[in-house]
Write a protein that binds this ligand. Structure first.
Ligand code: C5P
Length: 237
């Protein structure tokens, strides 16, 4: 079966001007851009509006994790900003996730805005088996990821953010319609930076990814537009 995957460029910078400049350069090729903790903390929520004014759609990657009421209200505020995707930590539990989904749906229907895609964070890829054991969890990282992803699906999420090496197992357990977003992508021959166990763009799509999050291979390239074009070409299967 042919899958179509979309590219999300991570705007990992503290500079408003740099983020806007990257979107101006790439907006003819890329529609989705990721605003994470660094950019959002440095510039504030106005960055979402400024980027949207340039035609960008936004994945607001703030990984909410708090008591259900707080996460639900923060998620609703993110939806009111008009973002296209946002995420919460699945380890916050089923009640927290369900409350976030309900509150986002309520605010979107009240304000007649498009409901953003709601994603769950399973397990940070920085946590390996030893870190899990030190947290008192006796499972392997993959078992934990599959358990949390199933919890997210039951609680009404549209998909999860997952590391490339978990994609195939998630796709087979959660079915064809559950959205899988993956970072840790490196085109052949490019620097791994601080990522480990990376996949190439094509491998990630073949393993079942719907969206690939790519930062430095594009934003740090001499010619970001050319780097994006090469990745886009590689993911047309
Ligand atoms: O520059 P690079 O392509 O490594 O950027 C990947 C993006 O995906 C960064 O914004 C990073 O924070 C994010 N990410 C990740 N690994 C995860 C979750 C998110 O690299 N497990």
């Amino acid at each position: 079966m042919k899958r179509r995957a979309e590219l999300i460029v991570a705007l990992d910078t503290a500079s408003r001007d740099r983020a806007l400049g990257l979107v101006r350069t790439l907006r003819g090729q890329i529609s989705l851009f990721k605003v994470g903790l660094e950019l959002y903390t440095a510039v504030g929520p106005s960055i979402v509006k400024d980027l949207k004014d340039l035609g960008a759609e936004i994945f607001l990657d703030l990984k909410y994790h708090d008591i259900p009421n707080t996460v639900a209200r923060a998620s609703a505020e993110a939806a009111r900003l008009g973002v296209s995707m946002l995420d919460v930590h699945l380890s916050g539990g089923a009640t927290m996730v369900r409350r976030a989904v309900d509150e986002v749906e309520a605010v979107c229907s009240l304000n007649r805005i498009q409901r953003p895609v709601l994603l769950g964070i399973t397990l940070l890829t920085s946590l390996g088996e030893e870190s899990l054991a030190s947290l008192g969890l006796q499972r392997t990282p993959l078992e934990q990821v599959l358990t949390l992803a199933a919890l997210g699906k039951d609680a009404g999420l549209d998909g999860v953010v997952a590391s490339p090496r978990e994609l195939a197992a998630l796709r087979s357990k959660l079915g064809p319609d559950f959205i899988l977003v993956t970072p840790g992508i490196r085109p052949e021959g490019s620097s791994a930076d601080d990522q480990s166990r990376t996949l190439t763009p094509r491998e990630a799509v073949e393993a079942g990814a719907d969206y690939l999050v790519v930062g430095r291979p594009i934003t740090g390239a001499e010619n970001p537009s050319l780097a994006a074009r090469e990745i886009l070409r590689a993911i047309i299967l």
